[in-house]
Design a protein around this ligand. Structure first.
Ligand SMILES: [Zn+2]
Ligand SMILES: [Zn+2]
Ligand SMILES: [Zn+2]
Length: 345
C-alpha cells in the first residue's frame, strides 16, 4: 500500500496527512438530517425586532429601492431586507468611554477585549441560507458585510474584522435563522497574521502576490472547482477539512471594500453555487465559513482577501488537538471532482 501524503499549507506552517488510498468518498459523510429543536419564537424573524437590540444598520425596502437606516431605542424598523444588530453577549465589547479607545493592548501578553460583535441577519426569510438564497438578496448580504467592514475598520482601536458564518447546530449556530457574524478586534488574529507575514516574504522573494500565483497554478490543477470572470473556487492543496474549499477573487485586493457591482454579483453567484453543491452532495452539512482580509496599508500589495469554507464532517480528536497536525480522509482532488460533478449535474 502506498504511503499517505504529508502536505504543507500554501503559507501556514501547518501540515496535513492526506489519506490518499484509504480515502473516503465524500458521500460517505452524508448524514441523516435530524430536525433541530426549534425555538418557539425566532428573535430574528420579522415582527420580533423588539427582542433584539436596536439595529446598527438596516437595508429597508422602500418601493423597490434600498434605503439604509438604523434603529433607535424607541423605534425598531419593520420592512427590512438586512438587519445588523449588536450581539447581546459580545465577545468583544465597545469602549465604554473615549479613554478606553486607545491603549487597549496593555502589554505583550495582556489586553482588553474591546471591539464589536455584531449579528447580520441575512434575510427576513428564516430559511434563506446562501445555498438557496435569491441572488439579489445574497448581494445585499455582501453589501452588508462591506458596509459594516468599512465602518468598523475605521475605528482607532480596531485592527481586524472577522466576518464569519456558522451553519447548523454542530457548527455553532444556536439559532437557525440565516445569519452571519462580525467581530471587530484590537489585534490581527494569529492565522491571518501568519498568512500576511508569509505573503510579504513571498512578495519580497518572487516579486508577486502568492495568492495571485496560486490562483493561476490551481486553475490548471485537479483542485479547481469552478472558475469565472471574477472568482475561482478551489479545494486547497493541504485542506484540513474534508470538502474544504476557498473562494478567491481574481482581482488583487487585500479586502473586499472596493468590489464593483459586477464583482459583488459574481461573488454572490460563486458563493451560492459552491455552497449549494456542498449542500446537495452531503445533505446540508454543518459548516463554518470566514473571510480573511487585511485592513492594514502595509499589506496592501502582498495580501489577497479570500473566503474559506470549512465543512464540519470530521471530528478532530486527540492527535489533532495534541499536535496541530490534521488527518484528512478526503483528498482535495477528490473533493473538487465531486463538487464539480454536483455543480454540473
Ligand atoms: Zn427566524
Ligand atoms: Zn494577489
Ligand atoms: Zn486564509
Amino acid at each position: 500500500m502506498p504511503y499517505n501524503e504529508l502536505r504543507k499549507d500554501y503559507l501556514l506552517d501547518r501540515w496535513v496527512v492526506i489519506a490518499t488510498e484509504r480515502g473516503r468518498r465524500p458521500t460517505d459523510f452524508a448524514k441523516q438530517k435530524k430536525e433541530p429543536a426549534q425555538a418557539s419564537v425566532c428573535p430574528m424573524c420579522p415582527g420580533n425586532e423588539h427582542m433584539t437590540p436596536p439595529a446598527v444598520l438596516l437595508y429597508l425596502n422602500s418601493n423597490g429601492e434600498i434605503v439604509k437606516d438604523k434603529d433607535t431605542n424607541e423605534l425598531r424598523h419593520k420592512n427590512w431586507l438586512i438587519r445588523c444588530i449588536p450581539n447581546l453577549y459580545p465577545a468583544f465589547a465597545p469602549p465604554k468611554q473615549q479613554a478606553d479607545e486607545l491603549g487597549v493592548m496593555k502589554s505583550d501578553v495582556f489586553g482588553l477585549a474591546v471591539g464589536h460583535h455584531e449579528v447580520l441577519v441575512e434575510s427576513p426569510n428564516h430559511e434563506e441560507h446562501p445555498a438557496n438564497a435569491e441572488l439579489p438578496q445574497l448581494v445585499n448580504v455582501i453589501n452588508g458585510y462591506i458596509d459594516r467592514l468599512r465602518d468598523l475598520s475605521a475605528k482607532p482601536y480596531v485592527q481586524y474584522v472577522s466576518i464569519f458564518r456558522n451553519h447548523g447546530q454542530e457548527a455553532g449556530a444556536s439559532l437557525s435563522h440565516a445569519h452571519s457574524q462580525l467581530i471587530a478586534m484590537p489585534l490581527v488574529p494569529t492565522t491571518v497574521d501568519e498568512e500576511i507575514t508569509e505573503s510579504m516574504n513571498f512578495l519580497g522573494q518572487h516579486g508577486k502576490c502568492v495568492f495571485c500565483d496560486l490562483i493561476e497554478r490551481e486553475s490548471k490543477s485537479p483542485r479547481l472547482i469552478l472558475d469565472n470572470e471574477h472568482f475561482a473556487a478551489i479545494a486547497p492543496y493541504a485542506s484540513v477539512n474534508p470538502l474544504e474549499f476557498w473562494i478567491l477573487p481574481k482581482k488583487h485586493a487585500a479586502n473586499p471594500l472596493n468590489l464593483t457591482e459586477a464583482e459583488k454579483e459574481s461573488f454572490a453567484k460563486t458563493l451560492k453555487t459552491t455552497l449549494k453543491a456542498l449542500k446537495d452532495l452531503v445533505n446540508d452539512p454543518p459548516y463554518n465559513y470566514g473571510i480573511h482580509i487585511s485592513i492594514n496599508k502595509e499589506s496592501r500589495d502582498c495580501y489577497h482577501w479570500h473566503l474559506e469554507v470549512y465543512p464540519k464532517l470530521a471530528i478532530w480528536a486527540g492527535f489533532e488537538k495534541n499536535t496541530g497536525t490534521y488527518i484528512n480522509t478526503v483528498p482535495p482532488e477528490t473533493a473538487a471532482a465531486e463538487l464539480r460533478k454536483t455543480i454540473t449535474a
